[in-house]
Design a protein. Sequence first.
Length: 227
Amino acid sequence: MDETLLDNPVWHALSGPHAALGAQFGTARRYLPDVAPFVALEAMDVERLRELTPALTAAGPGAILTLDPVAAVEAGPVVDRTAVVLQMMARQFRPFTRPAAYRPLGLADVPEMLDLVALTHPGPFGRRTIEMGRYIGIEADGKLIAMAGERMRLPGFTEVSAVCVHPDHRGQGYAKVLVSAVAESIVARGETPFLHSYPDNRPAIATYEALGFTGRRQLHFTLLRAG
């Protein structure tokens, strides 16, 4: 598997397995707004950065993942927010075998999923994000209290994402159970799981490391809007 695809995961997802969930604007690509906020270019330079403007004008602000920081350019997109994220991958996945009662999540669960995301802020999640892959969740007293699933999918790799647990139910290993279950299904397809975390989120990183994820590299997350 070509790990360098992970240097530009959005582009390779939208030019491959997730092409039907996105749209093309000249040389730029982006997920449909209700699916995910990500935009992508095949390569990054000043002129190509300007070519993102039609995608941002047509569908609103978008986030791009890049190897190097993105700076605003004249007559180009405006930088609204930046962050550094740690990309991790499970070259040697180690499943967590503790049994837990989780179930598949479907369209009927989206309102509860959005409520949980609004409470816990695991990262971008929209009304149609569930179409990107398989999502599973844990319930307590008939309410969704934890979930995780698949987001970007590119040749040979699938991203684990939307990992979140209700604050009242943390410390019980639910995130580890769900990430393990999602990653195990990815490995069963012959693919390698990967994910993104903020570098200072040590509890989450420790959970991922226990499952065999290791840091691959840092990427720059930049939220852009049309100028």
